[in-house]
Design a protein around this ligand. Sequence first.
Ligand SMILES: C[S@@+](CC[C@H](N)C(=O)[O-])C[C@H]1O[C@@H](n2cnc3c(N)ncnc32)[C@H](O)[C@@H]1O
Length: 642
Amino acid sequence: MEKTDPQKRNDEEEEEREESYDPLKLCSQEPYPGDQGLRDCEREFLGYYGLNQPPPVELEATPNPQLAFEECEKARRLFEAGNYEEALVHCTCSIRNAVENAASWKLRCETYLALDKPREAFRDLLVARKDNNTPEIWTLGGKILKALDMPVLAETWLRKATQVSDGQHREAALLFQQIRTKRLYEPLTTGLPIEVKFEEYGRGIFAKEDFNGGQMVWREVPIISAQTSISLKAPACSQCARSLLTAIDYFGDDVLRSMKPAERRVVAKYWPQVSIIECPKCQREKYCSEDCLKAAWYQHHQVLCPKKNKAAAELYDFCDKGELCTEGYWSAPFSPMSVARIWAAVIADVRRAVKQAREDGADTDEPTVEMWAHAKAPYRRFIAYGKAGHAEWAHKMVDLMNRVFNNFPDGINYKIDNREFEGRYYQVACNCQSFSDPQTPYRRFLSRMKVDSNSKHVVPYMASIGEPKEAVFGGLFALHACLNHSCDNDVEILDCDVGGFPGIGVRARRKIAAGQELFSTYIDTRTARAERRAWLFRAYNFWCQCRRCQFEGDGPEECSHCGVKPEQGKYFLGCANCKRAWYCTPKCQKIAWKKGHKRICKTKHSDVVSSVEEPVREQIRKLADLFYKEMPKKLSKPSESK
Ligand SMILES: C[S@@+](CC[C@H](N)C(=O)[O-])C[C@H]1O[C@@H](n2cnc3c(N)ncnc32)[C@H](O)[C@@H]1O
């Protein structure tokens, strides 16, 4: 057996891991628009509670600096031993003997904080921080302000800690993101059984209660979406993703005409009414309702309508071609329209702000920095990470986007430089989730027609046509975008109806205990370990450390437990059940089994989206079976007839 260093595989990954994802470096500390007002409010509260003044000190009649020093040391030892009450007494004695000793003030401040007395702690901090500009003092302030429930001021202090340490103070950076995550996501999870927390992999979703396998955890609609280029031929509402498939689209004119009158009546009666509204200006976008038409215009189409924006026609033409990888232009499964709609939404928002300012008496059409910041704020929460240099590869698309967004007669232009292009591109790449309408007209037709005995005569037509190709959209979902990946995912994403609109649902695949992180999968986890890991690193820049990646192997040429390699031309035996781990000896197999292979060996793995919610899928399956039983023998099931 050829002995190799078992650490080798890990070391190689470690080297690449150096360059991979660090959530603390990626998440910005830039204030959000409106933060200044909130900070002023919190400051006012500090004044209201008298926390903007240092505490009064009763000095000893004859201050004794030596005693102050000794008392401070005693207090430190007590503090470290967790005896905070006594530490407090000695700190106070030290302060009364040497009021200028910042160390005693700092220690007493820390002691008050440990005793859950943040108000007293903050007043001591005002003295302790005089002439002290260290990251530690700013971090301490951040902790106290967090305890005082003043998140925006806490962020300010922690930002200062990060600045003065040149980004090296990880405790401050982590606390900053934890406070910010709570502040931004608490309003989104009110009433839901989950919370968003910032931990090892950045933001993640955590269970607030126990879930059973099969339980729906939450549903949501995207904040922005676009149909994927390859599904563009499938008719759908460009704004809400509802399928707009008509009976003519599905059966085809000729087939409908060739049907007997009774069969045609079944189609006319049970195929749902599909109303299609085109953009009256460009006729290049279809909507399911006036509301969607208006919503799209408000959000992005006012900027992207080819009738108003000539260059946008080029973008539409490119998307219509449906090519995923075109040298110089595009190399992603999501449409360039997904990215363009973000820029369009930002510009549309700034336009409205300028118009409002005009109406309020401003004498310029020039957008302010605040207006841009406000317009971009909803998209800031989506993390972006990818290899620099992609914009150079996609230089023709960068040029095209510049023609689309940097040419408006109203002067509200947006320059798309390489950095801006890459930022938005990777934002969509890292967070985009595909989804489809779960209640398409075809599915509704299937479930409605079963009540009619004439229906069975229509089934043979359907059997030969098969399932229709429906539209697939890519969307950014505020909460879903916080789900981290595991190849042993405990939740799965489903196409779901959300208050009458297509969206996604997140469903538990097995029992999940309160406090546990929820993991989805970004890839098809039925693939082999090496393939999964390479894909995750390439597309998302991290080496997966999940249980499966730890307790599966890459092939019989290496022991999946200890890393040893067999003699040349020989192979190790694999796990008889899953055939995804290989061991040099039964001993290694036993250890790996106990350590974790047992927990993943029999798991069923899944793909990124699990189609629709089970009841709907089940219903369709039952219906199909019912019809097929009655079908003439010469016709086979659609999937087999191709
Ligand atoms: C959709 S986001 C998930 C939320 C993200 N953690 C955040 O803070 O916004 C995807 C990114 O999260 C990180 N991530 C997700 N799962 C991970 C894992 N298992 N290990 C390391 N990083 C992970 C990767 O950087 C990935 O590009």
